[in-house]
Design a protein around this ligand. Sequence first.
Ligand code: HGY
Ligand code: MN
Ligand code: MN
Length: 415
Amino acid sequence: MTGTAERAARIMARCDALAVYSIEPGAITRPYGTPALTAAMDDVAAWMRNAGMTTRRDAIGNLIGVYDAAPDVPSPQTFLIGGHLDSVRNAGRYDGILGVLSGVAAVERLHARGTRLPFNVMVVAFVDEEGLRFHTTYLGSRAFAGTFDDAMLEVTDSEGRSLADVIRANGRDPGDIPAGAQDPASFLGWVEAHIEQGPVLEAADLPVGVVQAIVGGTRAAITFRGVAGHAGTVPMGNRHDALCAAAEFVLAVERVAGTRAGMVGTVGQLEVEKASSNVIPGEVRLTLDLRHHVDTTRAEAERELRDAAREIADRRGVALDWQEVQGYACTVCDLDLTAALARAVERAGIAPRRLPSGAGHDAVTLSAVMPVAMLFVRCRGGVSHNPAESITESDVAVTCQVLDNLLDDLAREHA
Ligand code: HGY
Ligand code: MN
Ligand code: MN
């Protein structure tokens, strides 16, 4: 039961099984540190153990499965495959999940054959790639890579609970995070199979593609503070309406991002503090997500948006607070590992189409400590971060074949 067709069917069924784990009925919403994420992790851990792996959770909660190398290999290195099990709000069922389950499937084949490679195969389910709860992405892979910033432990969620509180509430100790950082020298590299979340492969009628680079991004938390007032008595000319200021800024994001080819700018969250229908909004908090494949262009646009926010705030007599939550540079995938992945795609009978990723991935973090490569899988209409996310079983079978080819090629290379 380890042919690519059988494993693809099992992966699709497992994506459906994990989709029930959510903090809200009728949607897939699986934030960091919630029982929904723990339940998903527990199911995957059982599937890992069935595939002959030992499993553990690290201090921040990443799930780590290891399929040992051949016993006669002295101090073997490790090849890393995986993805993430956390989600955005009202997510699809494949984003991040496909990477984890295709990693487990790659090991299932080896286990069924009793094959041991000249290196360990480690499958990781990262615990917070999306940053839904704390707006800080890549927390799991940063802890894994040893690039975790302790200041993040004090970041709070919408209920005022800090990351440190949530780690402890899950029975772990934030103080153990540094000890969980992996030794970069021990890794051969990382590969993640991920839905493309874009239209390129579908337009090219290709099941998979090879990622060249991941665009850089800025995440900021912005607050406009005006003066709350009575909607019926404050004349229009006397108002310091925080929501009108925020509204102007939202349109400024759309305008500025539209002035640079390839740039995307999004205000995904906007909250009116203490909102009431008959009160002039006194305080509005919003998020900015700005991305571009050239870091200097992104920095220039960010400066332009800061200036626009300042001008709007001054003109409307409201206060402005701009906090950069996270910035990450454009990441070029490792040339050698990406070439090896392209060869594995070719051996699966597919032309290896190279393409950039507009979406961020844990590879951004891991690239600081090991070679990274990514395999994109076609998704219908390029739709993602949406329950309509859809892939085909046959494309997942191709994905399994590519990962099998890659591991076989790496095993020959390191024999
Ligand atoms: O936001 C992203 O690009 C990714 O889905 N975390
Ligand atoms: Mn995502
Ligand atoms: Mn993802």
